[in-house]
Write a protein that binds this ligand. Structure first.
Ligand SMILES: Cc1cc2nc3c(=O)[nH]c(=O)nc-3n(C[C@H](O)[C@H](O)[C@H](O)COP(=O)(O)OP(=O)(O)OC[C@H]3O[C@@H](n4cnc5c(N)ncnc54)[C@H](O)[C@@H]3O)c2cc1C
Length: 391
């Protein structure tokens, strides 16, 4: 039987940030993961994740991402690794259904939030988009763009690796390749059982990503759905001139989830542009995910998302990957104390938009463990909002 002050289950984006912050604060922490993070079986792989201060998903996220961007820079200084690249973030809508008064349009929401929060940005018309970003030479005449010069991407695998390494240097105990099979609690603390040991602690942070619903049961198994997503690296056309000259982008080309895609700058030496879209119609089980991408799926992606919309890339897929979102009914996060397990904070895998916030959330979870409150306001992520669904 091992004893410690805090156990963290799951050492992906959220767990790595949490164990790092706890260990840095001098807390005796044990982190447990069924695999060896960073790995390719959860939600935190694929080289790049978008980060932007104007978080079109909602104003509640702005202070979190601001703090996270500071922490990426601190982690870079400590590790010597490049984690956060300010390539600039371009959100644009070029859609036959575009309505300049549509409050649900992602680009318009992003512009509105940037104005409200004084975030540095430019609003671009079609001519400016075409001039400045040749891969969007085909945008419609009524296209609108938002450019955030400080936005860009973070490197998820490196962020996780660096935080776990620093956590271990600060004295964290990390049990990887070890699967949690049971959790119980009483007034004194929590007991976590794995396939190899039992650990007791005063507090537990639960961040098991795609597997959270299966491990926690009610009500999380009903609130969390896992959706398989595919990532594609399309080969650049010869002479496309995009390497070092393309922004991170989010392109809306129609209404609905199927008509939004996003991508990243062409990385030097790779000869490709990473482009993806998200699907929320077919749920999966994390252990049953099909992790291969077929030629047919690659062709459908090119035809529906790339052809005629993003210039400078061919239909040849140089690399692909499968990753999974864990999504709540309103697509916002769940960050709350477990309704029946005592001393336990649950963090959902953040519905496909959590990575950019993870460094700051880890800091907040460490504060919750050490003093029972957080500097960041996390009150909009409670389970209470699903009360109607829970009964
Ligand atoms: C394709 C894709 C694109 C995305 N794009 C963006 C983006 O551009 N910007 C952005 O901000 N966010 C993005 N996200 C979302 C973001 O990546 C996730 O919100 C975040 O990575 C989730 O981190 P996590 O720690 O909750 O999960 P994970 O990183 O998956 O970690 C969970 C960990 O729990 C471990 N675990 C599970 N069960 C057990 C068990 N029984 N015992 C022990 N360990 C266990 C797993 O092995 C895993 O390591 C994207 C996600 C995907 C899938």
């Amino acid at each position: 039987m091992e004893h410690c002050e805090v156990i963290v289950i799951g050492l992906g984006a959220m767990g790595a940030a949490t164990v790092y912050q706890l260990a840095k604060a001098g807390v005796d922490v044990v982190g447990i993961d069924r695999y060896h993070p960073p790995h390719t079986l959860g939600s935190s792989h694929g080289d790049t994740r978008i980060t932007r201060l104007s978080v079109g998903e909602g104003a509640q996220y702005v202070p979190i991402v601001k703090r996270a961007q500071q922490l990426w820079r601190e982690l870079e200084a400590l590790s010597g690794e490049s984690l956060f690249e300010q390539s600039g973030l371009l959100a644009l809508t070029s859609s036959p259904d575009f309505d300049p008064d549509d409050k649900s349009d992602f680009t318009l929401r992003t512009i509105g939030l940037a104005k409200a929060y004084g975030i540095e940005h430019e609003v671009l018309d079609a001519k400016q988009i075409r001039q400045r970003f040749p891969q969007f030479a085909h945008v419609r005449d009524d296209a609108i763009g938002y450019f955030e010069p400080g936005g860009g991407f973070v490197r998820p695998e490196r962020c996780i690796e660096v935080q776990l390494r620093l956590a271990a240097q600060h004295g964290a105990t990390l049990h990887t390749g070890e699967t949690v099979t049971g959790i119980s609690s009483d007034e004194h603390g929590v007991t976590v059982t794995t396939n190899l040991r039992t650990v007791k602690a005063g507090k537990l942070v639960f961040s098991a990503g795609n597997w959270a619903g299966g491990l926690l049961g009610e009500p999380f198994d009903r609130l969390l759905s896992v959706y398989r997503q595919m990532l594609f690296w399309f080969e650049l056309e010869p002479g496309a001139g995009l390497e070092g000259a393309s922004p991170t982008f989010i392109l809306t080309h129609g209404r609905g989830d199927n008509n939004i895609n996003y991508g990243f700058p062409a990385q030097p030496g790779e000869g490709s542009l990473k482009i993806a879209t998200a699907q929320y119609h077919t749920a999966s089980q994390p252990d049953l995910l099909d992790r291969s991408v077929s030629a047919e799926q690659a062709r459908a992606m090119y035809e529906q998302q790339v052809q005629g919309r993003i210039a400078g890339v061919t239909d040849k897929v140089l690399k692909s990957a499968v990753c999974a979102y864990t999504v709540t009914p309103d697509r916002h996060f769940i960050i709350d104390q477990h309704p029946t397990l005592k001393h336990t904070l649950v963090v959902s895998a953040c519905s496909g938009h959590g990575f950019k916030h993870s460094a700051a959330l880890g800091e907040a979870f460490a504060q919750w463990c050490t003093r029972g409150s957080t500097d960041l306001d996390l009150s909009s992520f409670t389970l209470k909002r699903f009360e109607g669904t829970l009964s």
